[in-house]
Each structure stands twice: as C-alpha cells, then as structure tokens.
Design a protein around this ligand. Sequence first.
Ligand SMILES: CC(=O)N[C@H](C=O)[C@@H](O)[C@H](O)[C@H](O)COP(=O)(O)O
Length: 222
Amino acid sequence: MMKPLEGGLVVSCQALEDEPLHGPMHMAAMAIAAKEGGAVGIRANGSADIQEIKRYVDLPVIGILKKRYPGCDAFITPTKADAKLVAEAGADIVSIDATNVSRPEKLEELVHYIQEDLGKRVMADIATLEEGIHAEKIGCDFVGTTLSGYTAETKDRERPDFGLLEKLVQQLAVPVVAEGNISLPAQAKKALELGAFFVVVGTAITRPQLITKKFVEGMRSS
Ligand SMILES: CC(=O)N[C@H](C=O)[C@@H](O)[C@H](O)[C@H](O)COP(=O)(O)O
C-alpha cells in the first residue's frame, strides 16, 4: 500500500452536489483519466463515487465522506459510521478531519476504530504543526496538509502551505502528504523536494469550472 504511492501524484476526484460534474460516472471517468496520465492513487468523496471509481480503476483510493454535524466544525469523515461507509465502499485509506475543532466523536476513538475494526489505514487531514504532531501521537498512518487555510487559525496561511509541509517533514516520523492548493506541476515537484511522501492535487485537475474561471480572470487582468 505504501510503496506504490511514494513519490507519486494522487488525483482528488471530487464534485459535490452543487458542482457540474457531480455523479459517480463523472468521477470514475476523471479517475480513469488520472490513471492514464500517470496518477498513482485517487482521493474520492462518498460511497457512490468510491465504489464506481473502484469498479474502473485499480489504484489505491483515499476515501472520505464530507459531512456536517450540527454544532461541529470537523467535516471530513467525522464519525465511525461515516468511516465504515467509506471503508465498505472499497477505500484503501480513510482520511479524516484531524484538526483541533469541535467534533461529534473523539478523534482517538475514530482512528482506533478505522485501524482495528475496519482494518484500514488512516490519513489525518490537518492544518497546523501541533495537529500533525497530535495525529502522529494517536497513531495516524499519514499526515496531510489538506486543511491549512480552511480553519480559523490558518485562514491567512500561504497557499500551498510549504512552511507547514517543511515543519511536518522535519518533526514527524510518519509519511507527510502535501495536499491543498497545489495548482502547478512545479509546486508538486517542490513538495516532493521538501520531503512529501506523495502529493494530492484536486481542483487544478478535476474542477473544470474553476480551471475555466482561472483562465477567464487571467485574460481580463491587466
Ligand atoms: C478543504 C477541503 O474541503 N478539501 C477537500 C478535501 O478532500 C477537497 O475539496 C480538495 O479538493 C482536496 O483536498 C484537494 O485540494 P485542492 O483541490 O486544493 O488541490
């Protein structure tokens, strides 16, 4: 599981309900395209997308379930029930929100449940060095920079957050994943040079409405 991902590109194929490409067939097609282009893994959201991607693409899948619970800020696979759905859909790694925010269930118990009961590895999506250190301490198998810029504490951070990546690589023994706002091949390369175990890119590859917007805005700028 670890070796095939090392040094490679994982493509995040996600389209929420309000996005034009929402739907398992579209995400499976994106995953097939990613594999053709040389991706070593796929990140996907929700049972239906994960299942469909697994039918067509024989790459490791990092599965998540984005879900909001009243009064809680954690939104990536926040509960054991969510993790179970992700695992049963065929994900090889379950990624969870491991930021220091309000959550419906205890983080330690969620990690333990995914590893022991579901038999899957855990990727911790974090936003700060402290959260990364904590994620390693409670046994997470991967730590990713995914949520830097998306918590109150980190909303003004550089994007991508190479500073956080560097610090995590220096201080952690577990593999560190570079994810979030990587929009150029040169940035993905830099992330590997800084010691990322693998790199996850989503929007820059799989959200055509935002890619288009970037072009349109770029053409208008003086
Ligand atoms: C913050 C959040 O909800 N991140 C999500 C996590 O799965 C996805 O929406 C991102 O697309 C993914 O992390 C890849 O990042 P980017 O699309 O920036 O390459």
